[in-house]
Design a protein around this ligand. Structure first.
Ligand code: HEC
Length: 119
């Protein structure tokens, strides 16, 4: 009996973990985000692990971007900040050389979900 209770507890904590994972990456669809980085041309400027041909050297590599403390070495990294950065880098720094790519909010959410798989 106690074992059954433990099993149920374990299962609920595992599924709970899943939804927490979603919040941690901003709640987007990482598979779709992976395709969008090519659609928007992020790959022409960035090395993006897992994205074929994404070897751009104009911007910094996005390897381990999910594990970094900051975005562009100066803004605290979080899914929410990442979504805003992707949509409008100039709102963080008018001088930044990353262009505004007119990414929609939904697409920024999915791209963020993919970038947050790059631990
Ligand atoms: C024309 C080249 C160019 C394109 C296209 C581009 N970026 Fe960037 N990106 C940059 C540059 C340059 C920086 C560094 C900005 C800075 O430090 O001010 C940067 C910074 C970043 C960072 C922060 C990296 C770090 O090391 O902290 C992320 C994340 C990022 N870009 C994601 C994207 C995504 C997603 C797209 C596509 C929607 C994209 N970029 C399109 C040039 C580009």
């Amino acid at each position: 009996m106690r074992r059954a209770v433990l099993a149920v507890l374990l299962l609920t904590s595992l599924t709970g973990c899943n939804s927490r994972e979603k919040v941690k990456n901003g709640g987007g669809n990482a598979d779709r985000g992976k395709q969008l980085v090519t659609k928007y041309g992020c790959d022409t400027c960035h090395i993006i692990p897992g994205v074929k041909g994404a070897q751009g050297m104009v911007g910094p590599t996005l390897e381990h971007i999910a594990s970094r403390q900051t975005i562009a070495s100066r803004f605290p990294n979080s899914p929410q900040t990442m979504m805003r950065w992707i949509q409008n880098p100039q709102s963080f720094d008018p001088q930044t050389s990353m262009p505004n790519m007119n990414v929609t909010p939904a697409d920024a959410r999915d791209i963020t979900a993919y970038l947050f798989t790059l631990k």
